[in-house]
Structure formats: C-alpha cells, structure tokens
Design a protein around this ligand. Sequence first.
Ligand SMILES: Cc1cc2nc3c(=O)[nH]c(=O)nc-3n(C[C@H](O)[C@H](O)[C@H](O)COP(=O)(O)OP(=O)(O)OC[C@H]3O[C@@H](n4cnc5c(N)ncnc54)[C@H](O)[C@@H]3O)c2cc1C
Length: 347
Amino acid sequence: MRNVIIIGSGPAGYTAAIYAARANLKPVLIASSVEAGGELMNTTEVENFPGFPQGIQGPDLMFKMQEQAERFGTEVILDDVTEVSLDGPVKTVTTGYSGTLEARSVIFATGSAYRKLGLADEERLSGRGISWCATCDGFFFKEKTIAVVGGGDSAMEEATFLTRFASKVYVIHRKDSLRASKIMQERAFQNEKIEFLWNNEVVGINGDNAVESVTLRNTVDGSEQVLPLGGLFVAIGNDPRVHLVHQQLELTSDGVIAVDGRSSRTSLAGVFAAGDVIDPHYRQAITAAASGTVAALDMESYLAELEQAEAHLDAPADHEAEAEAEAVESASARAAASASEAATVGA
Ligand SMILES: Cc1cc2nc3c(=O)[nH]c(=O)nc-3n(C[C@H](O)[C@H](O)[C@H](O)COP(=O)(O)OP(=O)(O)OC[C@H]3O[C@@H](n4cnc5c(N)ncnc54)[C@H](O)[C@@H]3O)c2cc1C
C-alpha cells in the first residue's frame, strides 16, 4: 500500500509531491492523460511566479515542477482518475489504464476549469489575446482596447481592474441587466473607461496569431457587427473539478471542497485537498503551490499519528511477547537452579 496518492499535476499537486517526496514518503502523482501540468499549460508568459525575474512560459514552469518532484522520487503516472473510495483507513483510487491503487492518504489537487465560450478559435488564441484571468494577464494589455464577457461579480471585478492598464474596456453581456451585486455594478458604471454592450453575445473571435476583433450578435434582433479589440477576457464562471468526490466529501456553497480552517483537512480523515479545488477566490499559481505545501505537511502529520496509533495498538502484543520472554527466562533460571540444586544434592 502507498503512503499517499496525489491527484492532479498543477502547481498544487507538484508542490505537494515535492514536499512528500522529500519527506521520503514516495508519493504517486496521477497527472491526467491529456491535461498534465494543469491550467498553466494553456498560457504563454507567466510573470508573477517568484524566482523568474524575466518571466517564464507556463509549460516550462510546469515541466520544471514535474522535474523537481521526480528528482526526489515522486512517481508520476500519466493517467486519469475515474473513481475514488475515501472512507476508512485504506483509500482506493481507480484510474483509466493503470488499475486501482491503494493508499493510506489522498491529496486532491484537481484544480478548477474556467468556463469557455465554446467558440472555434478560442483554444488557438488562448494566451494570444484571450484570457480568463485579469490578475494574471492584465499587465499585458497596456493602452489597448479590450473587452470582458460576462455579467456577474467576477466580470465586473475583472473589468474594473483592467481599466488600470487598458485604454478602454467593453463589457459584453447577452442580457440588458447584470447579475453582479449592486456595489460591483455601481463601481463599473462609474468608471469612465468602461462601456457596456448590452444584449450582445460573442459568436466569433478573429485574428491570425493574436486577437484582432470579435464578431458580436445582438440577442434581440440577431444583427451582427465586428468589434476591433486587442484582447478578450472571458469571465462567465469557473467550475471546481469535484465530480470525483461530490458524494463523498463536503463541499462549500461555492462548490469547492470544504477544508478545516487554514488546513487542507477535508471532511474525511486521511483525505486532503489543495489549490484551486478549495479556493473560490484567489486562484493563482503561487497560492495553489502554497496550498500544496499545507496539504503535504497535514498529510505527513496524519501518517505520523496513524503510525503512532498503530504502534500503540501493537503494544499489548509486545508486552505479551516481553512477558513471554521473561517467563521463558525465569523458567530456564528456575530449571538451572533446580538443576544445580539437584547437582548439589547428588554430589
Ligand atoms: C489561461 C490561464 C492563464 C493563467 N495565468 C496565470 C499566471 O500568469 N499566474 C498565475 O499565478 N496564475 C495563472 N493562472 C491561474 C493558475 O493557472 C491556477 O491558479 C493554477 O494552475 C491552479 O493550480 P492547481 O494545481 O490548483 O490546479 P490546475 O493547474 O488546474 O491543475 C489541476 C490538474 O489536475 C488534473 N486533474 C483533474 N482531474 C483529474 C483526474 N480525475 N485525474 C487526473 N488528473 C486530474 C487536471 O488535468 C490538471 O492537470 C492562469 C490560468 C489560466 C487558465
């Protein structure tokens, strides 16, 4: 049986693996068959991860994390977890191709997925003008005309934040009113750089190597127009990847895995969670990495406690053995004494 299985290969999973491997726990990390490396595989320049003053390409950062985790003995399996059973002291993790693995503990680091528009050129232009994260990419859009798609709180937050960099920010929303809270709406309405395009949806993203414009369709009269843009931020929601555990672990009202305070402990003993799958708010590579550290340290304490408890349970048997050894010793001493007594009498 393994000590720990880590599910997910983003910054949270690899950081948990680095700590667990350096603690000599020989972790297994199941990385996904086609999406190994997590969300940063979908981006180009990462400029806010400490340690890289000139920035680093997202995939390069993730390959470095994998290399570091493997250097200390992490076994990385390129496979998908299809089922888990988390109750009780032995956890089982079933994968698509590598069979079922057993472990004393599991760390979930399955991340979350930004909702996409579902348009043909969205993947191709991801990181080339299309972004899902203003905190991550806003800096690249200085003095550009850009747009945010969405009508909720995060769309208003992103649009307002982006006005620090962009010369103009359109908010494209398919209805004529917003879902966002009153205060977020007011803040956006008062910002002179923001213009609302009501009753519009994006039906095409245009550009050869980078976003040059979007095609909008009016949801009321069906008319179409092309809007020239230097960037497009999609803020239509985020889905934590919890489908494996939603019947087994407690979730919060935001739909992320619930953990105990600042720890990574979930509602089941021996099951830990880290990164974007527990985080409805910050969702950054560095916060995910830090959260992976917390999970590894919590998991180490759990295994140490488990070992202690097992040793305690074994203790009566040890006493018995000791008592037996003592009994054997005193029996032989008595035998020796009577043998010597017999020898003295016989002499
Ligand atoms: C386009 C883009 C650009 C970004 N740019 C930046 C940036 O510049 N700076 C920054 O700090 N943050 C950035 N972010 C945010 C950052 O990528 C995330 O916050 C971070 O990756 C979260 O890490 P994580 O380990 O929690 O999850 P993820 O990176 O999402 O990794 C989770 C992994 O788990 C795997 N997984 C899920 N389910 C299973 C399963 N059943 N079996 C096996 N594997 C599974 C997934 O395939 C994935 O590989 C960006 C995000 C996006 C989308």
